[in-house]
Write a new protein. Structure first.
Lengths: 307, 307
């Protein structure tokens, strides 16, 4: 089952060196989730081969422009392309005013409904789920209300091994009970163990998107054991003061959170325009947490492979 | 004196094939004027090497998103970069509400003043001028209030030829009168003709930006003899009906206006996402007006060379 993250933009507020502002596509089982929507997101989607019509859920971490200035462009384009399906928007509710005003000045309207899932009062809860995945909102510590998102696979029941079960002539009605771990006793008294005809389910994987945030150890229990942790790393150690003043993190901060949370892998991004080369940020993070990767526009990161 | 147009975006409403939405930089005598400001304009500026701090005047033709969704990004970035100088914005006044709401949700403010020059009631008048250039607003025929912009050099007085004047020992106080065409009679009665010690001034050049517009012959007298005419050409002849329905032009429409206006050169742009190749649009325009060029993102067009 696909579980990957494509970075559409890795820049902090001032886009520089070809890096676009924050935006990512999370692909889980071919469901696409758009996470943040900085200026140029629709351009990146088209550039990286994502059909805009496949996106039905957009998560906006907070209302600083570099995380949502691309939203109106996408909505407008979806409407021009004839979209009818509702679109789910997970955001602070004020976003609706931003949309309303810009449609009003254009004397325009969208051909589809935008269903707002307001995050204003959300502390930590599941805001989206389907059969195999849920998305949990995580409050972050920033200058304005801000939320992270944890994409977490559900724990599935054991996988049924049809061929083995046939050998034992197991009746259909027993399938769900064997998958739940119950053994089966045949009419002749033979015991067929659940583990014989079922296999362990896949280990659930998880991806945490920690958008703009000060260094915050409160995050640790909320993302404990996450497979891939994206954590912003706007600055390096030389700019630690600036990071603290602006409620941002350094690369080392991100690595410390990854380490405390026992994440399998760390992805840093949201780079300040100060940094043409990102080598320094990577090195500083890797000193604390070796399995760190740089978020790069256009790159795809698999969740749960830990490479 | 430099007079050029750099196309930052040549796409109509749905950006496609690497083309960004509408935006141009007009460089006159190293003064930069930003004309329209589609999504990604600040990214293009940086990509094409324009310092954002050099822009003090932004013209917005109308409030369809593909012409202004990039404005907030630029304003925010200018502020983050510490801009203090006021910025002049020529637009329908509702744009200020768009700015206000987006600053409000971000709990943010700009460090500089945005001075609005409202176009709402403007019919055809000079909205900007300096010693050598003026910008005239031209009302356009579109679905919403829409304006074009004519960048027109002023007619300068004759150029004074200092070396020749010295040979004739012409007193300083006569310079401006000679430049104005008056002859000079020396104390000994010799007549020094104005044309002897002055040269013709440069021929004033002009650039017209005709943003979204239906075919409209009312434009012709307003842009008569323009050196370079940018005219939108969203569609080809096969999509003429669609052009008419949406108050857009075909490439042939643009060429007809160029021809009637006796423009020296035509630049077409604002291409529908229907067109991957632009060859067909160019051919159709050139059948009517041979000296037609395609607007391409990143390309610089000189005004007045007529090539």
């Amino acid at each position: 089952m696909t579980f990957s993250v494509t970075v559409l933009g890795s820049s902090a507020s001032i886009p520089a060196y070809g890096r676009f502002p924050s935006s990512q596509v999370v692909n889980h089982n071919e469901h696409l989730f758009l996470v943040d929507c900085g200026e140029g997101t629709q351009i990146r989607l088209s550039q990286y081969g994502f059909r805009r019509g496949r996106i039905h859920h957009i998560f906006i971490s907070h209302l600083h422009g570099d995380h949502f200035f691309g939203l109106m462009g996408i909505l407008t384009t979806m409407s021009l392309l004839g979209r009818k399906k509702p679109l789910h928007l997970y955001s602070q509710s004020q976003i609706m005013e931003v949309i309303r005003v810009q449609l009003e000045v254009a004397q325009s309207r969208l051909l589809f409904e935008v269903i707002l899932h307001p995050l204003d009062e959300v502390r930590q809860e599941v805001v989206y789920e389907n059969e195999v995945l849920e998305v949990v909102v995580i409050p972050l510590k920033h200058r304005v209300p801000c939320w992270g998102f944890l994409f977490r696979e559900k724990r599935l029941s054991r996988r049924f091994l049809a061929e083995k079960a046939e050998q034992h002539r197991i009746p259909f009605r027993m399938i769900s009970r064997l998958k739940a771990g119950e053994d089966y006793v045949t009419p002749s008294g033979e015991v067929i163990k659940s583990s014989e005809v079922t296999a362990d389910p896949p280990v659930p994987r998880s991806y945490a998107y920690i958008s703009d945030s000060a260094y915050d150890e409160d995050l640790v229990p909320r993302i404990k054991g996450v497979d891939l942790l994206y954590h912003e790393a706007t600055f390096d150690e030389a700019n630690r003061k600036r990071a603290e003043q602006t409620f941002h993190s350094t690369a080392k901060d991100a690595a410390r959170i990854a380490s405390l949370a026992e994440a399998k892998q760390l992805l840093i991004g949201h780079y300040s325009a100060k940094f043409k080369s990102l080598d320094g940020l990577l090195t500083e993070a890797q000193e604390v947490f070796p399995n760190t990767l740089l978020a790069m526009d256009g790159k795809v990161y698999e969740v749960g492979t830990g490479q």
